[in-house]
Ligand binder design. Structure first.
Ligand code: ADP
Ligand code: MG
Length: 233
């Protein structure tokens, strides 16, 4: 039986300053799976992720053609169409970057931030969601007694798990991770690998990685981005 698909990329062409990065890309991503993207530096891996949550749109001189569809509640939704607002898209499609980027505030406030933006005001509901997301990100036991400490008091690996937890608090269906362990030591990276595998129950994950051993440990599918586009590994 075919696996259920969560994301469809259709005839995608993208350029910066009229220099194409991709041309006529067609791809599908399996639901509740980890797809790894590998490839040389500067080939367009980060750019590709930015097309899946419209993060590129702030770049001047960037141009995209084609469609990106995601399956939400049984319906294929064009992420550049009118059905889905950009804030709603960003909640459905979370993003985690190479360098952990907690906000300069407490662990608790980092976690509450996305909820406040969406108007969640009930304090006990906020606490419930924060606890659940910190548990999902394998961080709860390490921070439960210091939630009001600065996020910067955490180690690099903990900060990255906080960033994953902060994305999870909005209950995303898709999580994009751009070299999420590149700034971490092997121990911290291994915790994050275990966590990502566990998250497949909840999300569809796309992980850009530089490490082939990491890809072989965590990915269900791997794609290599080369000059002619994506090819299976
Ligand atoms: P990767 O993540 O695979 O290292 P990127 O997606 O960062 O690659 O970059 C792909 C190409 O697009 C590179 O040639 C890079 O120089 C170029 N590029 C990336 N961001 C911009 C930008 N904001 N403006 C112009 N060119 C860019
Ligand atoms: Mg990159």
């Amino acid at each position: 039986m075919d696996k259920p698909v969560k994301i469809r990329v259709e005839n995608l062409t993208f350029s910066y300053h009229q220099t194409p990065v991709f041309e006529h890309i067609n791809l599908e991503f399996d639901a509740h799976a980890i797809t790894a993207i590998i490839g040389p530096s500067g080939r367009g891996k980060s750019t590709f992720l930015s097309l899946l949550n419209r993060l590129w749109e702030s770049q001047p001189f960037a141009r995209m053609e084609g469609k990106v569809w995601i399956l939400l509640d049984g319906q294929w939704v064009d992420i550049y169409g009118k059905t889905l607002s950009k804030p709603d898209l960003r909640r459905k499609v979370g993003m985690v970057f190479q360098t952990p980027n907690p906000l300069p505030m407490s662990i608790y406030k980092n976690m509450a931030f996305p909820l406040k933006l969406t108007g969640v005001a009930d304090k006990s509901l906020i606490e419930e969601k924060i606890t659940a997301a910190l548990r999902q990100a394998f961080l709860w036991d390490e921070v439960k007694d210091r939630l009001h400490d600065s996020a910067f008091s955490l180690s690099g690996g903990q900060q990255q798990r906080l960033c994953i937890a902060r994305a999870l608090v909005s209950q995303p269906e898709i999580l994009l991770l751009d070299e999420p362990t590149s700034s971490l030591d092997a121990g911290a990276a291994s915790v994050i690998e275990d966590l990502l595998v566990r998250l497949k129950e909840r999300c569809t994950l796309i992980v850009v990685s530089h490490y082939l051993d990491q890809v072989s440990r965590i990915a269900d599918t791997a794609l290599k981005l080369e000059a002619r586009g994506f090819s299976p590994v």
